[in-house]
Design a protein around this ligand. Structure first.
Ligand code: HPA
Length: 273
């Protein structure tokens, strides 16, 4: 079956469950950030495992649900838990969920993630609002995976991260008393954290934060015309800058501290975006 046929099947299944709920805003929650979602009304939760053709999340800290609901009149869908390249999913399969969101009607995508920071102004607990990215995964979910139904094969990325949404996010962060700044996301495959030399190189390249997700999702979203806001939460300083060894446990521990702030931010963003 082609990816398009697979996605159409998933969309039909979801529309039946939600009675054709048409979400405008989608949110992808990163490691440990699933608890940040503001309370939604008219909630419908569908486990990824129940959706035909959907992948399954295998990482601790990433639950796998698609949650539909309304927040103060705005129609929202949350991808609670994401899929990573390092889990062994073929890169092109990472396009499935984003293309499904597009077909459900999503116009704006909020991508959240835990990251390591190379900027001393963005210490753990800070928010990096993404203004651009560097794809150092050396792979791309769009390779060998084209159908004109998903958008043009060649497309411009001068503004991958929506300027207006970035402005709104920075203002919202200020209102919620969150230390925030704009920055560039550098994507690695993981699953290992970086070496100190890699971090120094990424810093020279102009990267602000580093992580193991975001970019495949953003590429798929931009191809099909979804506007993107990237919200990278700093859980640690990059390897070699951090005084302690990095671990997934640290990432999860730090995101637990961030959860409340992120919820405050989302309560503003779901209304203002
Ligand atoms: N590197 C890559 N991914 C991450 C990091 C990091 O330091 N922290 C959280 N996710």
């Amino acid at each position: 079956m082609t990816q398009l046929a697979l996605i159409k099947k998933a969309v039909t299944f979801i529309n039946k469950k939600t009675k054709n709920f048409k979400p405008e805003i989608a949110l992808i929650t990163g490691s440990g950030l699933a608890g940040s979602v503001p309370a939604l009304t008219q909630k419908v939760t569908i486990p990824y495992a129940a959706i035909p053709g959907f992948l399954r999340s295998t990482v601790p800290g990433h639950t796998g649900n698609l949650i539909f609901g309304v927040y103060k009149g705005r129609k929202i869908v949350v991808m609670q838990g994401r899929f990573h390249y390092y889990e062994g999913h073929p890169m092109k399969d990472l396009a499935i969920s984003i293309r499904t969101l597009k077909m459900l009607g999503v116009e704006k995508l909020l991508v959240s993630a835990a990251v390591g920071s190379m900027d001393m102004k963005l210490k753990p607990g800070s928010l990096c609002v993404l203004k651009d990215h560097i794809n150092f995964m050396c792979n791309n979910p769009l390779i060998g995976n084209h159908d004109p139904a998903f958008g043009p094969m060649f497309f411009d990325l001068t503004v991958a991260y929506d300027k207006e949404m970035r402005k709104v996010a920075l203002a919202a962060a200020k209102k919620a008393h969150i230390n925030a700044g704009e920055g560039v996301y550098l994507a690695v495959t993981g699953p290992n954290f970086e070496t100190p030399s890699e971090i120094q190189m990424f810093k020279k390249w102009g990267a602000t934060v580093v992580g193991m997700s975001v970019v495949p999702e953003v590429l798929v979203a931009r191809q099909c015309g979804i506007a993107v806001l990237g919200l990278a939460w700093v859980t640690n300083l990059g390897c070699g800058i951090s005084k302690t060894p990095l671990s997934h446990e640290e990432t999860i521990r730090e995101t637990k501290k961030i959860e409340g702030k992120f919820k405050d931010l989302l309560e503003i963003l779901f209304v203002k975006l």
